[in-house]
Design a protein around this ligand. Structure first.
Ligand SMILES: [Zn+2]
Length: 312
């Protein structure tokens, strides 16, 4: 912000009594503030149970057919399973992942217990949540609505019936985890988004809802005050940033997977795979956007209800 004679423009306006949309103009009444914070918290946290349910719970019988047909449209079987298995095995060997222990496992009703054992190493523990997660993953692999790379056992798991083309993307993850420098760094970003929930989002939301900007000169504010102002002003963007390493790593896995697939698929197949993986990436981006918009909207709403921010 530009400085004029030691005062910044916003403060000069304030001192002259001209209202400025980005500055709090009065102390909110307690009741309005409590209402604003409550409504904001409900709006801002609304995506969490929904996303948690998506990540942890099994798909209900009612929704299973719909999800199966959606995934078969997004990632159609554009090659045979046999060809895909052969191609992936060849690539694993070629790029030095075989010696690292990477293997493709095709999930079906027949090897349910093998997959369940692999999942126990990835999602350890006897808690209810761990059990639910393992059941959810197993169901999604068998039913053809999810695939994964499990770093703990270095297994690429794809369903037998459909969606097995995502083996190329999962191979990209394996490569990122084990071979690519940037991928290794980005893969750590997963810890920032457990169960697809940006870990810092509740903190950004809390600061945005509970902190009311003070009407004092910028240079009279403490560093802590300025930090809280910054978080409040940028909570939505910061929430999106929290998600960014995962979005980048997901994109990188697809870029690498498509690069590996080039020698094995024709142009039409490659085009379809690129499109499908792009749509899958879009689901991650949508979740990130939903969270960011939720946090931003909740803070705007709170300020309007509490009267701590003038509508611009
Ligand atoms: Zn992925």
């Amino acid at each position: 912000m530009s400085q004029i004679s030691g005062f910044n423009i916003d403060n000069r306006r304030y001192m002259m009594g001209i209202s400025n949309g980005s500055v709090s103009q009065k102390t909110p009444s307690k009741l309005r503030n409590i209402c604003g914070v409550t409504v904001g918290a409900v709006v801002g946290l609304a995506p969490i149970p929904y996303i948690l349910k998506e990540s942890i719970a099994k798909v209900s019988q009612k929704n299973l057919a719909g999800q199966r047909s959606m995934m078969s449209m997004i990632l159609p079987n554009i090659d045979t399973l046999e060809n895909t298995k052969r191609n992936i095995s060849e690539i694993i060997e070629k790029i030095g992942l075989k010696e690292k222990g990477v293997e493709l496992v095709v999930a079906s009703d027949k090897n349910k217990s093998e997959i369940a054992n692999l999942l126990k190493k990835s999602v350890a523990g006897d808690s209810k949540i761990s059990k639910l997660m393992r059941e959810s993953f197993l169901q999604k692999f068998i039913e053809g609505i999810n695939a994964a790379y499990l770093p703990e056992t270095k297994k690429i798991i794809v369903p037998q019936s459909q969606c097995y083309m995502s083996a190329y993307h999962e191979l990209g993850h394996a490569y990122d985890f084990l071979k690519s420098g940037l991928g290794k760094v980005l893969s750590k970003g997963r810890y920032l988004v457990p169960f697809n929930i940006p870990i810092f989002a509740p903190l950004f939301l809390a600061v945005g809802l509970l902190h009311n900007k003070k009407n004092i000169l910028e240079n009279e504010k403490t560093k802590f005050e300025k930090t809280k102002d910054f978080i409040k002003d940028n909570a939505g963007k910061l929430t999106f940033l929290n998600f960014a390493p995962v979005l980048m790593e997901e994109g990188l896995a697809s870029i690498n997977g498509l690069k590996f697939a080039k020698k094995y698929l024709d142009n039409r197949q490659l085009g379809k795979l690129r499109q499908g993986l792009g749509l899958c990436w879009g689901t991650y981006a949508t979740v990130a956007f939903l969270f960011a918009a939720g946090v931003w909207g909740a803070i705007e709403l709170k300020d309007k209800i509490a009267g701590t921010k003038k509508a611009s």
